[in-house]
Design a binder for this molecule. Structure first.
Ligand SMILES: [Mg+2]
Length: 452
């Protein structure tokens, strides 16, 4: 980019919250009433370009993530884009290396969520300047360039940079064909959670299952963990509609409500509905617990999945190396942005664990479509599935889209999470009088209601 040096001159954060708790969208056994939110970071430059990144939260506390973004973004102010991306692994290390900020992590919790927003905003800016979608930047990298994006500290006992190079070289045969498939939007089959929220009534659930089946979906996920009787009834209804022998796959998600023995006992009672996996059976930090659940459920043919609250590559390393999971559910902004995701893709590839990203939240499908495409084209070479939840896409300039059961591969430059300016103003919290929904009469139901 000689001659077109771009400097980051500042940033803005926005606290955007959508009132999804009103209709129980997103409800599960742990998260009763979320307001899907974005802690948003906009990097400003001395050029026509801006970088947009965000982290997903479910409402209260989104302001805390915004405050943390202010600290992390300050570390790139005054830096040129080319100096940031020339040695990305080193840049990532710099961003997590403020010794005072590190104390409130390290590399986990609010400060790491903020890191995800900032790192992804840099990738968005870079992609816009290059005129490519983010997935394509990575797909076009040499193995050496890919490996240079990763900070290998704490994971070299799982995969070294040299091994990573070899894994990526091994994936090169067939890469041109997979790239072609991506360009034809055949790289990322979608699965749906739309019908499966715990707060939805029976009729709403049935209608949504029929609707999504007719749209070409073959994988369906239902929330469980409220009560075993209710779940048996709901899974029974789901199997009535999708069948057992028509190639349709059922998954279930408990969102961490159980202790380890409870998870094993409860899932034994759901085994006849033949779920592919139980997602988040217990605490996201409990590696030996996941391993115990996995070992106990193997005779039932039920796998274990987790990752949406896996705090960093170090915990993923342990889940993967100890054989605690069947399915690795990376999250685009719980991990510290694209770079840390690439680290986890490499470990998952080495140990043969499929990547099925967590994508049920505002902006997440927009992000994860890039990550699944990268995994398929450049890393694993294996077709997987990716969660799609059909709400709130209308707020994005380039929303993700499903056709015939596949994600339509993004082609616009950037990382696809740029939100429409009017949506940001309308749903900013606490927002401006007469502009923000949160200042309206309607909002009082949430603002004055119980905090559950
Ligand atoms: Mg989940």
């Amino acid at each position: 980019m000689a001659g077109t040096e771009i400097t980051i001159t500042g940033w803005a954060t926005r606290d955007i919250r959508f009132p999804t708790s009103l209709d129980k969208t997103g409800s599960d056994a742990m998260n009763a009433a979320g307001d899907y939110s974005s802690a948003y970071c906009i990097l400003q430059t001395d050029s026509e370009y801006q970088g947009h990144g965000m982290t997903f939260t479910i409402g209260r506390g989104n302001d805390i993530v915004c405050a943390a973004i202010n600290h992390v973004a300050d570390r790139v102010k005054g830096r040129t884009l080319s100096s940031l991306v020339a040695d990305w692994g080193k840049t990532w290390r710099h961003l997590v290396n403020d010794s005072q900020l590190r104390w409130i992590g390290p590399e986990k919790g609010v400060i790491h969520l903020a890191l995800g927003a900032v790192v992804n905003a840099i990738w968005d800016l870079w992609a816009k300047v290059l005129g490519k979608p983010v997935w394509r930047i990575v797909a076009d990298m040499t193995p050496e360039e890919f490996v240079r994006c990763v900070d290998f500290r704490y994971i070299t006992d799982a995969v070294t940079p040299e091994e990573a190079l070899q894994l990526l070289r091994d994936a090169e045969p067939g890469k041109a064909e997979r790239l072609e498939e991506a360009l034809n939007s055949r790289a990322v089959p979608a699965y749906t959670t739309s019908a499966g929220w715990l707060g939805y009534g029976e009729d709403k659930m049935k209608n949504l299952l029929r609707e999504t089946l007719a749209k070409g979906y073959r994988h369906f996920k239902l929330k469980v963990g409220g009560s075993v009787e209710d779940d048996r009834r709901r899974l029974g209804i789901a199997r009535e509609i999708i069948g057992y022998d028509q190639g349709n796959v059922l998954m279930v998600d408990a969102n961490q409500v159980w202790s380890v023995p409870e998870a094993i006992e409860y899932m034994g009672q759901l085994a006849e509905f033949k779920p592919w996996f139980i997602e988040e059976p217990t605490s996201p930090d409990d590696i030996v617990g996941h391993k115990a659940v996995r070992d106990a459920l193997r005779p039932h043919g039920i796998g274990v999945a987790t990752g949406e609250m896996c705090q960093n590559r170090v915990i993923f390393k342990q889940l993967i190396m100890t054989g605690a999971i069947d399915v690795c559910q990376i999250d685009a902004c719980r991990l510290g942005g694209v770079n840390e995701v690439l680290a986890v893709l490499l470990m998952a590839k080495k140990y043969g664990v499929p990547i099925v990203p967590h994508s049920g939240g505002v902006g997440l499908p927009e992000y994860t479509q890039h990550l699944s495409t990268i995994d398929y084209v450049a890393v694993s070479g294996k077709l997987s599935v990716l969660e799609y939840v059909d709400h709130l896409h209308e707020h994005f300039l380039h929303p993700s889209e499903i056709k015939d059961g596949y994600y339509q591969t993004p082609t616009e430059p950037g990382y696809s999470v740029e939100m429409k300016a009017e949506s940001m103003d309308r749903y900013e919290y606490p927002g401006k009088d007469g502009v923000s929904w949160w200042k309206s009469e309607e909002a009082k139901a949430i603002l004055d209601g119980d905090k559950i």
